[in-house]
Design a protein. Structure first.
Length: 542
């Protein structure tokens, strides 16, 4: 490595705050990246991965963040290396985007919403290469074609929000590659993307790396991506690297207990066998949710967005129907429509009753039996309410639980059932981790003893180990209470661990529907096979 090194981090320390409030985010991290090498920095949220990467380019919020010790040596232009930690701002500006580039997890948050795509890529070129406008445009077109966006050439004046998530990430990659850097740092570049788009972005990064000869520092908590993409792996926990080594060796024989724990944490197993004779609990027939597209001065309806377009389904008592598909396929709209949270046409039957014929007042008693858990627990939990108030709100609305003391006991039992403590009732959502907040959201739904529960991407924002815990929790709750689930997700590994039946959606329609074993092991439709390949083949061990 010493003859081929490009980046060498030695004994890096990062702290936030001072005195008794000081947080030691990174503690003595050391690793290196060789020329043309892909190194994976893996660990759960809060382990210090992103803080370490941001330290390379001095992008942390100073003076809140400080470096009590350490060294970041870069060998891109000097054989003896140059120290980036504490380097002058002018020199750092020369390195950023030119020699070392970075792409971030959420592209829409990183792109300026007021500037066109061309202007944002141009900015990088004009800053570092001093190109003229015509030369810069030619380079922008070349870059967009390089990252697989030839159609964007006709949309150079378009704003970021006019592109899909996958296209936005490709634009970010084009910006990062504009000056052909020696090192590309990719911080969770696929977390917010659908499984098929994830596969495309990862394949793009792999091909560009080979074509341009650059090194790649890949930061992620997805072990499947690390296994498929990296040459070496560094495993982080609580601000420290607990293990590092060649990817094949580390995955074959991990040495540290935490690494073994991470590798064992991916959602596994299958749901309890389905009762083939179970009664249908909820049925939808020819469901449609069409949103009007209005135009003109008088706002006349000229077209419709067909979010759900004629879907029929049956969910049997005590079983789980997994609904999968890419973003925009209509999964969440379907879930909300079945709960009468979205206006729809078609028949919805729950326990033998036609929900579409019920008014708001008649629906209210049934709301207790029909509950939903949302994707983002932090967004769906009121920051001004304590956990006890959040979980107990439904009891108050439906006048259940008895006296205040009895209601508190009911809330405590609901929290215990999802693996939390009774004494947590007085705390607030911001005091909990992402996994704990999701458990609170599940407790809020379970406290009313529902019969049918819609779970809308409840694990997508969670670390792999927390995902596994939530999956096991949901299986256990279903086993004990005979609950019926509609589980919405684009993570096929989680769906496989939970679902008895699977419904595949695309553009508001059903592409394929059947028993989980059949859909996963012998998909009939080309689109389903594409989804399965993107989810499992890319992550197969190399």
């Amino acid at each position: 490595m010493s003859d081929n090194r490009l980046l060498e981090i030695r004994d890096l320390h990062v702290t936030f705050g001072e005195g008794p409030d000081e947080v030691r985010a990174v503690r003595g991290v050391s690793f290196s990246v060789g020329r043309g090498e892909t190194v994976g920095l893996v660990g759960e949220s809060g382990s210090g991965k992103s803080v370490t990467a941001l330290s390379v380019l001095q992008l942390l919020p100073y003076p809140l963040a400080r470096h009590p010790g350490g060294s970041v040596q870069f060998y891109g232009q000097h054989e003896s290396g140059e120290e980036l930690l504490g380097a002058p701002a002018r020199r750092l500006q020369e390195v950023r985007g030119a020699r070392i580039a970075m792409i971030f997890q959420e592209p829409l948050s990183s792109l300026n919403p007021l500037h066109s795509v061309e202007k944002q890529i141009n900015e990088v070129l004009l800053l570092h290469r001093k190109l003229g406008r015509r030369q810069a445009r030619e380079r922008v077109v070349e870059l967009l074609e390089l990252v697989g966006l030839p159609e964007a050439v006709e949309r150079l004046g378009a704003l970021p929000h006019e592109f899909s998530g996958g296209q936005q990430q490709r634009i970010m990659i084009a910006m990062a590659l504009a000056n052909e850097p020696n090192l590309l740092i990719a911080d969770e570049p696929t977390t917010a993307l659908d499984v098929t788009v994830q596969a495309q972005i990862l394949e793009l990064l792999r091909s560009l790396k080979a074509r341009l000869g650059m090194a790649l520092l890949l930061i992620t908590h997805d072990l499947g991506i690390v296994r498929a993409m990296t040459d070496r792996v560094c495993v982080m926990r609580d601000g420290e690297i607990v293990e590092q080594g060649a990817a094949k060796t580390l995955f074959r024989s991990p040495q540290h207990p935490y690494t073994r724990e991470l590798l064992a944490a991916e959602p596994k197993g299958r749901p309890d066998p389905a009762d083939r004779d179970a009664e249908p609990l909820l049925q939808g027939r020819d469901l449609k949710v069409w949103f009007p597209v209005k135009a003109g001065v008088i706002r006349r309806t000229v077209d419709h967005v067909k979010a759900v377009d004629g879907i029929s389904l049956t969910v049997q008592q005590g079983q789980t129907l997994g609904v999968v598909g890419e973003s925009g396929s209509g999964k969440s709209t379907l879930g909300r429509a079945l709960l009468r949270l979205e206006q729809s046409t078609g028949a919805i039957t729950f326990g033998g009753r036609d929900l579409q014929q019920l008014g708001t007042r008649a629906m209210r008693p049934l709301r207790r039996e029909l509950q939903i858990v949302f994707q983002d627990p932090f967004g769906s939990l009121s920051p001004r309410m304590s956990v006890g108030e959040i979980v107990g709100e439904g009891l108050a609305v439906h006048n259940r639980g008895g006296s205040a003391a009895e209601r508190r006991a009911v809330i405590g039992r609901a929290l215990e059932e999802v693996g939390l403590e009774v004494g947590m009732q007085e705390r607030y959502p911001h005091e909990f981790s992402g996994g704990q907040r999701q458990r609170i959201a599940i407790a809020r739904a379970l406290v009313l003893q529902p019969r049918f529960l819609v779970l809308d991407e409840p694990t997508s924002a969670l670390d792999v180990s927390v995902q596994a815990q939530i999956v096991e929790l949901l299986r256990d709750v279903q086993r004990r209470h005979g609950l019926t689930y509609l589980f919405i997700s684009h993570d096929l590994k989680v769906v496989r661990a939970l679902a008895h039946h699977v419904l595949v959606m695309r553009h508001g329609k059903v592409v394929e529907h059947g028993p989980a074993e059949q859909v996963f092991d012998a998909p009939q439709q080309a689109y389903t096979r594409t989804l399965m390949a993107a989810a499992f083949e890319l992550r197969a061990e190399v």
